[in-house]
Design a protein around this ligand. Structure first.
Ligand code: ZN
Length: 507
């Protein structure tokens, strides 16, 4: 399919003339031990076609059996998203041919989803503006099975176009998948890209806290389709939407919405119309290109799956699952903010740096919240940035940071020594206490050791000493600096200052 290189309208210009409407469809692979309708394992990265059986290969005569753990996970997701849980619902067959779908139909849910009508509150963090709250309405949460995976070999792009041959891996076929569909989100204006990202981020954190999936976008266990359409500003008459498929990072979600707004604005400005189609997002260029056209509306010939009995979760079971939900991210965030006494912006900074859990664990290990925040957002974030890694990938644990912070608070280390200790811990030289013992890094506050250094400094700086004797106590800083140099920064600075003033008769 060819498409003339899209002209774009600048984002601010597009938003000045059009209101964006976005919607998100998110697929989550559940972390169940076995597949949705058979006992095959679900581990990621196994040799192709080693995790398959007659059921997930769709061989004649094989019969599916529903995985109860997958139903339970789906209900928990629905409850966490404030949905109503159906008392009775069925699976449906979605009929279409695709080489990576061995049965030629997918077991899904159609007009009887398990969970409906919920919402998720998210905090949008636009660059250079204060955070704002947004309630995203959830249309439905339903279950289905994943397809296999096609690998197109020999081409430059990894797509089927231009490939020499294709391979199919059915390991993924039949892995439980939950699809979470939002209602259209209007009214976000220029915040639409950031709002889309904030929603997927919050949803990912929520799913992680439920423990239902490892939610790894880069491995495809969390996949996002982004719908975008525009209306002339204030008109409310929405144009045709496009559906950008499988956007596989949080940053890409934001960029895909932004790009579609700019592209659609240009198309509409030129008096042309938006085509109902799926589009592919390209990480490298940040653009989308046309995929499958939906002009010939697909008829999936949905009908109730005859091989499966309906699902009828009892109200008691649902109540039990509701009561057992863990503390969800939004509630935890609010609780920590009030316990730590931080502002919205402080909390946003922790969230953006991926430091919230690390700080929480450091505080649990005994550090003061302000200290824990200072180490992770300051010194440690700098190290992580220098190495180009996430904070969580640093070779230091929250408990170790808490220990260093405790030693600083008790006067056993000063900030400079604490940084040396952390350096050594990061370099794999052991725990903070091991490093301190091995290097003799403790602050020296023993007077006899300090006095020798003080006397040496006085002898080396007679003019300064004279000034202090004459009452200019501010000059003590010079002697303090000299003592810190001879003790390689290990002297207790407050005690050294006292000793200098005592020695020179200013006490
Ligand atoms: Zn199987």
């Amino acid at each position: 399919m060819s498409e003339t290189m899209a002209e774009l309208v600048g984002f601010d210009e597009a938003i000045a003339r059009y209101d964006p409407l976005i919607g998100l469809e998110t697929h989550v692979e559940l972390g169940t031990v076995s597949k949705m309708f058979c006992g095959c394992p679900t581990g990621f990265g196994a040799e192709p076609n080693t995790q398959v059986c007659p059921v997930c290969l769709g061989l004649p005569g094989s019969l599916p059996v529903v995985n109860a753990a997958a139903i339970e996970s789906t209900i928990r997701i629905g409850l966490a998203l404030n949905c109503s849980i159906a008392g009775w619902c069925r699976f449906a067959r979605k009929n279409y041919f695709y080489p990576d779908m061995p049965k030629d139909f997918q077991i899904s849910q159609y007009d009887e989803p398990l969970c409906t009508d919920g919402w998720l509150d998210v905090t949008v963090h636009p660059e250079g503006a204060p955070p704002s709250q947004l309630r995203v309405e959830i249309e439905r949460v339903h279950m289905e099975e994943d397809t296999g995976k096609s690998l197109h070999k020999g081409g430059a792009t990894g797509r089927i176009h231009g490939a020499d041959y294709s391979l199919v891996d059915y390991n993924r076929a039949g892995i439980p998948l939950v699809e979470i569909v939002t209602k259209p989100i209007a009214g976000t204006g220029s915040l639409a890209p950031a709002a889309a990202r904030a929603y997927v981020t919050e949803l990912r954190d929520l799913l992680r806290s439920l423990g239902v999936s490892d939610v790894r976008m880069e491995e495809g266990s969390l996949r996002c389709d982004v719908n975008t359409s525009l209306a002339p500003r204030g008109s409310g008459s929405w144009g045709t939407r496009t559906e950008t498929k499988n956007v596989n990072s949080l940053r890409s979600v934001e960029r895909a919405v932004r790009y579609e707004i700019e592209r659609q604005a240009a198309v509409l400005d030129a008096g042309r119309r938006i085509v109902l189609e799926t589009r592919h997002f390209h990480e490298d260029s940040g653009t989308t290109t046309a995929g499958r056209s939906k002009e010939e509306a697909q008829d999936y010939r949905y009908f109730p799956e005859p091989d499966l009995v309906p699902i009828a979760p009892s109200p008691d079971w649902v109540a039990e699952l509701r009561a057992a939900l863990p503390e969800l991210p939004a509630a935890r965030h609010a609780r920590l903010q009030s316990e730590w006494g931080l502002s919205d912006l402080d909390m946003a900074a922790l969230g953006n740096a991926g430091a919230l859990d690390l700080v929480a664990q450091t505080v649990s290990a005994g550090a003061a919240p302000a200290e824990a925040r200072k180490w992770w957002l300051g010194e440690l974030r700098q190290r992580a940035n220098t190495e180009g890694i996430e904070l969580t990938a640093l070779a230091v644990t929250p408990a170790q940071v808490a220990r260093v912070s405790e030693l600083v608070a008790s006067g056993g280390l000063n900030d400079k020594l604490a940084r040396q200790v952390l350096d050594a811990v990061l370099a794999g030289q052991g725990s903070p206490d091991e490093v301190i013992a091995a290097r003799g890094l403790a602050v020296v506050s023993d007077d006899s050791a300090l006095l020798a250094a003080v006397d040496e400094a006085i002898a080396a700086n007679p003019k300064v000493a004279e000034k202090i004797r004459g009452g200019k106590t501010a000059a003590a800083g010079v002697l303090l600096g000299a003592v810190m140099t001879t003790t390689r920064g290990q002297a207790d600075a407050a005690r050294v200052r006292e000793l200098i003033l005592e020695r020179l008769g200013q006490h």
